[in-house]
Design a protein. Structure first.
Length: 166
């Protein structure tokens, strides 16, 4: 079934993944590194928009949390190189139900990363998920959003792209 926005029909075609890190090998849990899916299969369908909310599992990793921003920069370059016409929307990560210094530091770097990649001519914009109300929108595991949190995220994604939809 297709969805519509502002009268425009969009197919429900996506390459969504949860539980991943930026690169493989940085967490003892999770599914792997999203960078290993670029260009294929993630960009095989030639996406128009890439929504990127990545870093939570990296912030909880057991090694090199300080290198998260550098890995994000490399991931953005890889996506932009392999999907140069796609809009890449990078999110500052949703808060956790506990203090996580690596996540706080990473989130603070994301706006500058977005600006530097846009300055290179890449189609990159940022959205801020880090202001999601805690604990109201976080599930009992203190990591994942609850239904209310996912609705909050959907509204932030849509606000970021709605003016770009024709």
């Amino acid at each position: 079934m297709d969805t519509t926005s502002a009268g425009q029909t969009f197919p429900r075609n996506h390459e969504g993944h949860d539980g991943w890190t930026i690169d493989p090998g940085y967490s003892s849990y999770g599914s792997g590194g999203i960078s290993s899916l670029i260009p294929s299969p993630a960009l095989t369908g030639k996406p128009n928009i890439v929504l990127l909310h990545i870093g939570t599992n990296d912030a909880n990793a057991t090694k090199d949390t300080a290198g998260m921003a550098t890995r994000l920069e490399a991931l953005l370059d890889k996506i932009a190189q392999n999907a140069p016409d796609a809009l890449i929307v990078v999110a500052q990560i949703t808060p956790l139900g506990y203090n996580n210094a690596p996540l706080t530091a990473y989130n603070a770097k994301i706006p500058g990363i977005v600006q530097s990649h846009a300055a290179k001519g890449q189609h990159v914009i940022g959205v801020d998920m880090s202001k999601m109300p805690v604990p109201a929108d976080i599930a009992s595991d203190s990591v994942h959003p609850n239904d209310q949190g996912y609705a909050y995220m959907a509204n932030i994604w849509y606000a970021g792209i709605k003016n770009l939809l024709h």
